[in-house]
Design a protein around this ligand. Structure first.
Ligand SMILES: NC(=O)c1ccc[n+]([C@@H]2O[C@H](COP(=O)([O-])OP(=O)(O)OC[C@H]3O[C@@H](n4cnc5c(N)ncnc54)[C@H](OP(=O)(O)O)[C@@H]3O)[C@@H](O)[C@H]2O)c1
Length: 308
């Protein structure tokens, strides 16, 4: 009997929609997918049309997680940037242990300094949300469910969401990123999904338990120039304060996400850590990662004046 791969966050959401991408990549390879969606809507209809078994469920409800894991050996776990990550991860880990899962690919976040002890890694977390990810990773490890953690910095998709409107309307990116020499580590959500899908589809057990995934480490200046080249017009970067930024985005971001990103920007501005690109995408998928400029080019429509 073949076991479906359980994919959470499968409808996709406001962040990178990694669950939707993972489900699509697996279905394209003919791998059976059980897609856990938060609610039934046009996104779940689309998944069903692609061949997924769709189940509606809540990652904060132990019964629905346990039900979704029936006859499952492998799963992808992702949870939005909102309250409840530790509860959801713990429920998922307990259910996975009960169901004797052999592999859980956990969509985590980038982590500290190489060589850190487990405790120092907690102390180095740049935000409360990032600390929660570091704790969730440990919970999955302790559950002994074959967990592997994909640890990425902000997604290119996040940059698109942050500056799409102001670039379209004013050719300007207003951000609290400090001087234009500030380094912002990035990765594409598409690459996160490609790595996750490859780990889930490969018959063997992954060789590592953590997959740091950084594909670009541009300065703000380099990022803005790359965006301008990709969309064919010069873009301006305007440094604003944390307070100005919070006021501008508070209608669009929940308080949890706002707190997380505000602390991340502070950490990047201070240059608290040196970031280096990793070879994870190439090693796991055999292909080169998407570059930042490729992403901007492929998403040029989001930055076009007519898109608003
Ligand atoms: N964005 C970044 O730059 C970035 C960078 C690195 C790591 N990450 C990490 O990536 C994760 C987000 O992943 P993503 O991009 O796949 O998220 P996403 O696009 O926001 O999708 C989240 C999905 O989870 C579903 N969902 C929400 N609450 C749920 C619940 N209680 N039960 C079941 N499903 C629920 C949503 O469904 P509905 O829409 O129907 O509610 C949505 O389909 C976060 O943990 C974040 O820390 C993000």
């Amino acid at each position: 009997m073949s076991h479906p791969i359980l994919v959470t966050g499968a409808a996709g959401g406001a962040q990178g929609s990694t669950g939707r991408l993972v489900a699509s990549l697996l279905l394209e390879q003919g791998v059976p997918v059980r897609a856990l969606v938060h609610k039934l809507d046009s996104r779940s209809d689309e998944l069903r049309e692609k061949g997924a078994e769709v189940v509606e469920g809540d990652l904060l409800n132990p019964a629905s997680v346990q039900g979704a894991m029936r006859n499952v050996k492998r799963a992808y776990f992702t949870y939005p940037v909102a309250d409840g990550l530790l509860e959801a991860a713990t429920i998922f880990a307990v259910a996975a242990r009960d169901a004797s899962l052999e592999l859980v690919v956990n969509n985590s976040q980038f982590q500290g300094v190489p060589g850190d002890t487990a405790f120092r890694a907690l102390q180095h977390a740049p935000s409360f949300r990032n600390l929660q990810h570091r704790l969730a990773d440990r919970i999955f490890d302790w559950a002994q469910v074959g967990a592997v953690h994909i640890q990425a910095p902000p997604y290119y998709e996040n940059v698109r969401a942050l500056v799409g409107r102001s670039v379209a309307e004013q050719n300007t990116a207003f951000l609290p990123w400090g001087e234009d020499k500030t380094v912002i580590p990035l990765a594409g959500a598409e690459d996160v999904a490609r790595v996750a899908a490859a780990l889930l589809a490969n018959p063997g057990v992954p060789s590592q338990s953590a997959y740091p995934l950084i594909t670009a480490t541009p300065t703000v200046k380099q990022m803005i120039e790359a965006l301008g080249r990709a969309i064919g017009r010069p873009i301006r970067y305007v440094k604003i304060t944390d307070e100005q930024w919070a006021n501008a985005v508070k209608e669009r971001l929940n308080p949890h996400a706002l707190d997380h990103l505000t602390h991340l920007w502070q950490s990047f501005r201070k240059g608290e850590q040196r970031y280096q690109a990793t070879d994870t995408v190439r090693t796991v998928t055999g292909r080169n990662p998407q570059t930042m400029e490729e992403f901007f080019r492929e998403n040029a429509g989001f930055f076009a004046a007519s898109s608003r």
